[in-house]
Ligand binder design. Sequence first.
Ligand code: SF4
Ligand code: SF4
Length: 280
Amino acid sequence: MENKAVVNKIIHFSNVDGPGNRMAIFFQGCNINCVYCHNHETINKCINCLKCIPGCPTGAIKEVDGRVVFDEKLCIECDQCIKVCGYSASPRTKEYTVEELFEVVKEFKAFIRGITVSGGEPTLNAAFITELFKKVKPLGLTCFVDTNGFFDREQIAGLIAEADKFMEDIKAVDQIEVLCGTKMKNNLDNLKYLLEQNKVYEVRTVITMDYMDVENTLHTVAGIMKDYPEVIYKLIRVHATGLRDEQKEKLQGRIPSEEYVKLLAEQVKEIGVGKVELIL
Ligand code: SF4
Ligand code: SF4
């Protein structure tokens, strides 16, 4: 059977998804649901309820045989459809074969240093991405995976072998169920494993008060990362811009001050992390 995957969007040139100019490919589907998720429309695959169609101002989405069909050329990216969708999905996705997605990468290869797969959670499409990486690497491009850290190492062994580097979130080391809506707890073990394999480019934690024990999380991660001085630890101050109303409500009073995040960065450096970056 042909290996296919649903892609939410492709950013042809990104300088925030790993080193250099990169193509960022966002796969549809996620295995967690974070309080502060800024890509809610990537969580689920569309169930063709068709409720988003009437609100589209340009007719870019329409019904064909009971399914929603998207015409990219008509879309003005007003985001009305994803605001209406109560299923955390998007009608603006596109299904690709490995060969089709490889052709997109090939078209831009002269202008990028590599590709980064993101989501959603890209490891849910591990077999597809492994095949894609096998084709992309001979072009001289590096292949990175941006993951939430919740994956089964054995199931994605092929992807780990093929990827140049991972960028892993450590959302928290406690209260994960409240923050991310999952019972999975393997994110820290997965980070340790990837570090041992020399497969980590960057670790990231979004600082959110109350939903996580901030200092316990940061100190635990720093204690592990101190032995890997070349790996970046990025501390991100949570923000509510662009979030849904119910998310904004949950974050009320839980956004840390810039000063506190700077203080945390100093603590992490003192523990021994070599490269600390802040997004305030
Ligand atoms: S994107 Fe959402 S609202 Fe639109 S058809 Fe799919 S599930 Fe329904
Ligand atoms: S973003 Fe959605 S609602 Fe807006 S034009 Fe595009 S398809 Fe239509």
